[in-house]
Design a protein around this ligand. Structure first.
Ligand SMILES: [Zn+2]
Length: 311
C-alpha cells in the first residue's frame, strides 16, 4: 500500500481492501467531465464500482482514494494486466465536455504526482509507447486503455500534457530531489525547538505534542521537517509507535492528516515530512504508542527541526 504524502487520504472501501495488488508502471491522466473538488469525486466513487487512484480539483485540491499498489478501475485493460503490472490513474476536474485546459494549480499537482511516482515506484520518464509500455500517458493515448474509445482528457489537455506537464515531470525529476525554494527567497528559515519535559503516553491514544508550542509552522510555507522523539529504555521492544504530521485551521479544527509513520520500541525515532502548508493552516504533530500489555510509555525528549520557506 502506498499513499502519496501530499495528497489528502480519502480511502475508498471496500475497494481498497478487496481489489487485487498491482505493481504500478504507468500514470494515466483523465478529465472527469465534471467541475468537482477532490472531495466530491470521492463521494461520487462511493456510488459506483469505478474509481481512480487520485482526484484533483480546479484549486489543486488533491486526494488519494486507493493505494497505488492496489488496482483502481479507470483505464480498462491497463488497470491490471495478467503480469500484475498496472496503471495509476488520476481524474481531474474539467468542464462538462472536458474541453477546458487544466488550471495552473492542476498542472503543478500533476507534475508533483508524476515526480512522486517516478521516485517512489520507478516509473520511467517517457510517454508510453504502447498500451503496456511503462511510463506516462493520457486516457485516449492507447485504445486498450478504454472500452469503446474516449476523447478524454480533451484536446486542450493533451496539448498541455505534451508541452507542459510531461516535460515538467522530467525536468523536476532530473533537477531536484527536494522541493525547490521560492526563487525570491532562496535562503530558508530554520525551525529548531525542543522540549525535555517527560511525558507519559497512555497506550493506544494519540497525543498532540508541544515543542515550544503545539504549532510547528504557520502556512503558507514549504518545509522539510524532522521530529525526533526519545523513548525510555523500559519501553517494550514490540511497542508500536506512530508519528503523524497534520494541519489544522487557526482554531485547531478541520484537521487534515498526513500518513502516519511507524517505529518500534525504545530509544530515538525520527519522523520526517516534506510538504507545503497552505495559507492559514497550522502544522502540528501527534504521536501514539501501543504496548502489548497496554502499559503507558515515557517520552523523555522531543525536538523538531528543519528548513522552511515562506510562500
Ligand atoms: Zn478518462
Amino acid at each position: 500500500m502506498a499513499w502519496c504524502p501530499f495528497a489528502k487520504k480519502l480511502e475508498l472501501q471496500p475497494e481498497s481492501d478487496q481489489q487485487p495488488a498491482i505493481r504500478p508502471t504507468q500514470f494515466i491522466v483523465h478529465s472527469l467531465a465534471a467541475p468537482w473538488t477532490a472531495q466530491r469525486i470521492y463521494e461520487y466513487w462511493q456510488t459506483t464500482s469505478l474509481e481512480s487512484h487520485f482526484g484533483l480539483g480546479y484549486e489543486g485540491d488533491l486526494a488519494q482514494y486507493i493505494g497505488t499498489e492496489t488496482r483502481a478501475d479507470a483505464n480498462a485493460a491497463a488497470n491490471r494486466r495478467p503480469d500484475g503490472t498496472g496503471a495509476v490513474s488520476i481524474e481531474t476536474a474539467s468542464n462538462l465536455k472536458h474541453t477546458d485546459p487544466w488550471t495552473d494549480k492542476q498542472v503543478e499537482q500533476l507534475i508533483r504526482v508524476g515526480v512522486w511516482l517516478h521516485q517512489h515506484h520507478g516509473l520511467p520518464l517517457r510517454i508510453c509507447r504502447s498500451a503496456s509500455d511503462p511510463g506516462y500517458g493520457y486516457h485516449r493515448l492507447h485504445s486498450a486503455w478504454s472500452s469503446g474509445g474516449t476523447a478524454c482528457p480533451g484536446d486542450a489537455r493533451v496539448d498541455q500534457f505534451r508541452k507542459v506537464v510531461f516535460p515538467g515531470i522530467v525536468n523536476r525529476a532530473n533537477g531536484q530531489t527536494a522541493p525547490a525554494p521560492p526563487e525570491e527567497d532562496p535562503v530558508p528559515n530554520m525551525l529548531n525547538e525542543s522540549n525535555a519535559t517527560d511525558m507519559e503516553l497512555t497506550s493506544g491514544n494519540w497525543a498532540g505534542l508541544s515543542f515550544r508550542t503545539a504549532i510547528l509552522l504557520v502556512g503558507p510555507v514549504r518545509h522539510h521537517t524532522v521530529v525526533h522523539l526519545l523513548f525510555g529504555d523500559d519501553t517494550p521492544a514490540d511497542t508500536v509507535i506512530e508519528g503523524c504530521f497534520y494541519t489544522t485551521d487557526r482554531n485547531g479544527g478541520h484537521r487534515s492528516l498526513y500518513l502516519p509513520i511507524r517505529a518500534y520500541g525504545a530509544g530515538g525515532h525520527q519522523f520526517t515530512s516534506t510538504a507545503e502548508v497552505g495559507a492559514g493552516r497550522h502544522l502540528r504533530f501527534m504521536v501514539r504508542a501501543r504496548t502489548p500489555d497496554h502499559r503507558p510509555v515515557r517520552l523523555l525528549h522531543r525536538s523538531v527541526s528543519g528548513p522552511f520557506w515562506k510562500l
